[in-house]
Design a protein around this ligand. Structure first.
Ligand code: NDP
Ligand code: GDR
Length: 344
C-alpha cells in the first residue's frame, strides 16, 4: 500500500485529493493546523473523515523541525504540498506570513526529502497567479512569470525551489501550474463561491445585495475534482516536470455573476460603469449586485487563460466540466445548504 502525505487536507483540494488517493488504495496522512475549533467540514462532506486509511496529523508548514519529524515518521512514497495562505487579497495585508507559509513552507518539505529520502515524490501546488501581468495569451509552461501579489511572489519562490531541487539533487519534484479551480467546497472568500452563496441567499430572501470588487477580471475556471486527478498523474509520470492545468476558456467575473443568478432562476441586467455598475433583477427591479471598492486589490491580475496541451499530451489529462455545469453545481449546493440554514 502506497503512503502519501497531503498537507492542507482541510482545504478544498485537500478534501478531493484525499478522497481520490483513498479510492486508489493509498494510506493517506492528511495534515491540519491546530486551531481553537476543528475545521473538518470538507472531509466530512466528502465522507472520508472516518476512512480507516486516513490519518489526520497536526502539523504547521512553517516549522522545519516538525516537517522533518513528519516525513521521518510516515516514510511516505509521495508528498502533495497543498498547504498555503492561498487568498491573494489577504497576501497584501499579511505579506510576511504569506511568504513564510506559501514560500518557505515548501522549502521545508524539500529539505526534509533531501535529507531523509530523495526518492520521495513531491508535488508543489503552483499557480497561474505566477503569470500575473499578461505576457502571452494563452499562458503555457514557457510563458514568462510576472507575479502581481505577495502570494504570487511566494508561490514563484516555491516553484523555483522545486525546479532547483529537481535539477540539483535529482528529486522527483513536480510543479503543477494550476489555473483557478472551484467547487462546492471552495472557501467563501473566493469570488465564485462568494457569488454562488450570495445568489442562494438572495433567492431565499436572506440577503438583498451582493457586493464585489473588480468584475472585469477574467479567469480560466475549472472543476477542482478533475484538477486533483492531474496532480496525482504528475507524480505517476516517468519524469518530474512542470505542467499547466487549465480549461483554455476565460470569462469575466461579471459573466459568472450572470450565470449564477440564471442558475437560481433570476435574470439580471447590468447598468452603470466602474464603481457605479449594478446588476438589477429584471423581474423585481431590485439591485442584487453592486461594486464595493473595498474588494479592489492594490494590483490586479487582469486575464488568465491556460493552454493545457502538455498535460493532455503527457498525462492524458483534460478538464471536462464546463463552466456552466460547474456554476450550476455550486449554486445548487449553496441553495441546499442555505435552505437547511447553514453554509460553511
Ligand atoms: P485552501 O485555502 O482551501 O486550503 C489551504 C490549506 O492550507 C488549508 O488546509 C489550510 O489550513 C492549510 N494551511 C494554511 N496555512 C498552513 C500552515 N501554516 N501549515 C499547515 N497548513 C496550512 O486552498 P485550495 O485547496 O484551494 O488550494 C490548494 C493549494 O493549491 C494551495 O496551495 C493554493 O495556493 C494552490 N492553488 C489553488 C488554486 C485554486 O484555484 N484553488 C489554483 C492554483 C493553486 P486551514 O484550514 O487551517 O486554514
Ligand atoms: P484569485 O481568486 O485571486 O484568482 O486566486 P479570487 O476568487 O479571490 O479572485 C478572482 C478575481 O475576482 C476578483 N474579484 C473578487 N475576488 C474576491 N475574492 N472577492 C470579491 O469580492 C471580488 N470581486 C472581484 C478578484 O479581484 C480577482 O481578479 C485564486 C486562489 O485560489 C489562489 O490560491 C490561486 O492560486 C488562484 O486562484 C489561481
Amino acid at each position: 500500500m502506497k503512503k502519501a502525505i497531503v498537507t492542507g487536507i482541510t482545504g478544498q483540494d485537500g478534501a478531493y485529493l484525499a478522497q481520490l488517493l483513498l479510492e486508489k488504495g493509498y494510506e493517506v496522512y492528511g495534515t491540519y493546523r491546530r486551531t481553537s475549533a476543528v475545521n473538518f467540514w470538507r472531509i466530512e462532506e466528502q465522507a472520508v473523515q472516518d476512512h480507516p486509511n486516513l490519518h489526520l496529523v497536526e502539523y504547521d508548514l512553517t516549522d522545519l523541525g516538525s516537517t522533518i519529524a513528519l516525513v521521518q515518521k510516515v516514510e511516505p512514497d509521495e508528498i502533495y504540498n497543498l498547504a498555503a495562505q492561498s487568498f491573494v487579497g489577504v497576501s497584501f495585508e499579511q505579506p510576511s506570513t504569506t511568504a513564510q507559509i506559501t514560500g518557505v513552507g515548501a522549502l521545508h518539505i524539500l529539505e526534509a526529502i533531501r535529507l531523509l529520502n530523495p526518492r520521495i515524490r513531491f508535488y508543489q501546488a503552483s499557480t497561474s497567479e505566477m503569470f500575473g501581468k499578461v505576457q502571452a495569451i494563452p499562458q503555457t509552461e514557457d510563458t514568462a512569470f510576472y507575479p502581481r501579489s505577495p502570494y504570487g511572489v511566494a508561490k514563484l519562490y516555491a516553484h523555483w525551489m522545486t525546479v532547483n531541487y529537481r535539477e540539483s539533487y535529482g528529486i522527483f519534484g513536480a510543479s503543477g501550474i494550476l489555473f483557478n479551480h472551484e467547487s462546492p467546497l471552495r472557501g467563501r472568500e473566493f469570488v465564485t463561491r462568494k457569488i454562488t452563496d450570495s445568489v442562494a441567499k438572495i433567492k431565499l430572501g436572506k440577503l438583498d445585495c451582493l457586493e464585489l470588487g473588480n468584475i472585469d477580471a477574467k479567469r480560466d475556471w475549472g472543476f477542482a475534482k478533475e484538477y486533483v486527478e492531474g496532480m496525482w498523474r504528475m507524480l505517476q509520470a516517468s519524469e518530474p516536470d512542470t505542467f499547466v492545468l487549465a480549461t483554455n476558456r476565460t470569462e469575466t467575473v461579471r459573466d459568472f455573476v450572470q450565470m449564477a443568478f440564471k442558475g437560481a432562476g433570476i435574470q439580471v441586467e447590468f447598468s452603470g460603469s466602474a464603481e457605479n455598475e449594478i446588476a438589477t433583477d429584471i423581474a423585481t427591479g431590485n439591485v442584487v449586485m453592486r461594486i464595493n471598492p473595498r474588494f479592489y486589490r492594490p494590483a490586479e491580475v487582469d486575464l488568465l487563460i491556460g493552454n493545457p496541451a502538455k498535460a493532455k499530451a503527457i498525462l492524458d489529462w483534460e478538464a471536462r466540466t464546463t463552466l456552466e455545469q460547474l456554476c450550476q453545481m455550486m449554486v445548487e449546493a449553496d441553495l441546499r445548504r442555505n435552505e437547511k440554514g447553514f453554509s460553511f
